[in-house]
Design a protein around this ligand. Structure first.
Ligand SMILES: NC(=O)c1ccc[n+]([C@@H]2O[C@H](COP(=O)([O-])OP(=O)(O)OC[C@H]3O[C@@H](n4cnc5c(N)ncnc54)[C@H](O)[C@@H]3O)[C@@H](O)[C@H]2O)c1
Ligand SMILES: [Zn+2]
Length: 344
């Protein structure tokens, strides 16, 4: 078991890698606990927290809405939830985001913790204090930044997660290596065959190193004024691909990372062989590295043009000047357009 502390401006979080759902009681310091989880996670793991009050929501991104938040507020009201009631979200990134938002706003903020049960939630969504819901087609438009008291990364729960969902998380794990830990990237390349079994013992040290990259960045810039933006590597183009094609987030980010690494090569920042190493490891883990037909390309460009981070003809993008080192540069929309149409 490994522990990491993430210090935010208002409060800090204890992240525990290798603990499990069974240990929730140790972290809550009260018996008045309300669990928020989704139907699928409840069906598999519900027995482990059957003695506690729980709110079960539908699984999937469709539950990340203000309507669902109101529905949960009603449940909390009816269950007599008070200021010191501890809220615990158990599930993937969706449950973590909704739980964090509900707990941060109900009664102006209740203590809360998260048990992350997908690799994506463990490596990314549960860490860093961002929470929230989607609104009018915009992802995560409504939310807060508030660190949970604890995050348990329950590696044993990964046994029931589909391979496709694990791949989704691998993309973000590799992203952390690319923006902040060259040694982690080398370790992934060296041990790739064993990692592919997604054996819990092999994942634990990788998860730890990957989380350290995110924790260090968030500790310096919790509210994303500067450095936290580098966590968006692969996401400028990746997000546009996700919106316009509907493929999984991690898959879209994988293509986005290759494209943004290509952009880094085109600007003379990154060496061609490094780009090839990135493409090769993503593809080894079954992640896509190229975008589809010309029709997709047009839709992707439309989505990039509508990006909120855009400034007139430019967009701030995260590029690499080496594996393990990210830089933020102003990139012309035309440069991205040329890359998507000419190189790919
Ligand atoms: N707040 C952040 O910083 C941040 C960062 C990245 C992603 N996110 C958010 O995370 C969400 C995606 O997270 P996700 O990929 O975990 O999706 P998810 O929460 O929808 O989970 C994916 C599926 O796996 C199921 N599941 C969860 N744990 C399981 C287990 N142990 N065994 C079997 N099935 C299990 C869920 O029921 C669901 O069907 C998105 O809403 C995204 O916006 C947030
Ligand atoms: Zn992401």
């Amino acid at each position: 078991m490994r522990r990491i502390t993430l210090s935010g401006e208002k409060n800090s979080s204890t992240i525990v890698i290798g603990s499990s759902i069974d240990d929730i009681g140790e972290f809550c310091h009260t018996h008045d606990i309300v669990i928020i989880t989704d139907r699928k996670v409840n069906a598999i793991y519900g027995e482990k927290f059957s003695g506690l009050k729980k709110v079960v929501i539908e699984e999937g991104e469709g539950s990340k809405t203000l309507k669902m938040v109101r529905w949960i507020y009603d449940k909390l009201l009816k269950s007599g939830c008070e200021r010191d009631t501890f809220i615990v979200g158990i599930g993937g990134g969706m449950v973590c985001d909704v739980t964090g938002f509900v707990a941060s706003t109900y009664l102006r903020g209740l203590p809360f913790g998260l048990v992350a049960t997908t690799l994506l939630a463990q490596v990314d969504a549960s860490i860093g204090g961002k929470n929230g819901v989607n609104f009018r087609g915009y992802k995560n438009l409504i939310g807060t930044i508030n660190q949970p008291a604890f995050v348990i990364c329950d590696l044993s729960s990964l046994k029931t997660v589909s391979k496709a969902e694990i791949r989704n998380g691998m993309a973000e794990l590799i992203k952390h290596a690319l923006i902040g830990d060259k040694g982690l990237f080398e370790a992934i390349v060296q041990d790739k065959d064993v990692i592919l079994d997604y054996n819990v013992d092999h994942l634990e040290p990788l998860l730890y190193r990957s989380l350290m990259v995110k924790v260090k960045i968030v500790s310096k810039d919790e509210t994303e004024r500067n450095e936290r933006r580098i966590l968006n590597f692969g996401h400028t183009i990746g997000h546009a691909i996700e919106i316009s094609t509907g493929i999984r987030h991690g898959e879209a980010v994988s293509i986005g990372m290759v494209m943004e690494a290509r952009l880094s090569v085109a600007r003379g920042l990154l060496k061609e062989d490094k780009l090839e190493a990135i493409r090769s490891i993503l593809s080894f883990f079954g992640l896509p590295t190229a975008i589809g037909g010309i029709k997709d390309k047009k839709r992707i460009m439309d989505a990039i043009t509508k990006d909120k981070k855009r400034e007139k003809e430019d967009i701030y993008s995260v590029l690499l000047d080496d594996i393990g080192r990210a830089v933020i540069e102003r990139v012309k929309i035309k440069e991205i357009n040329d890359l998507i149409y000419d190189i790919c």
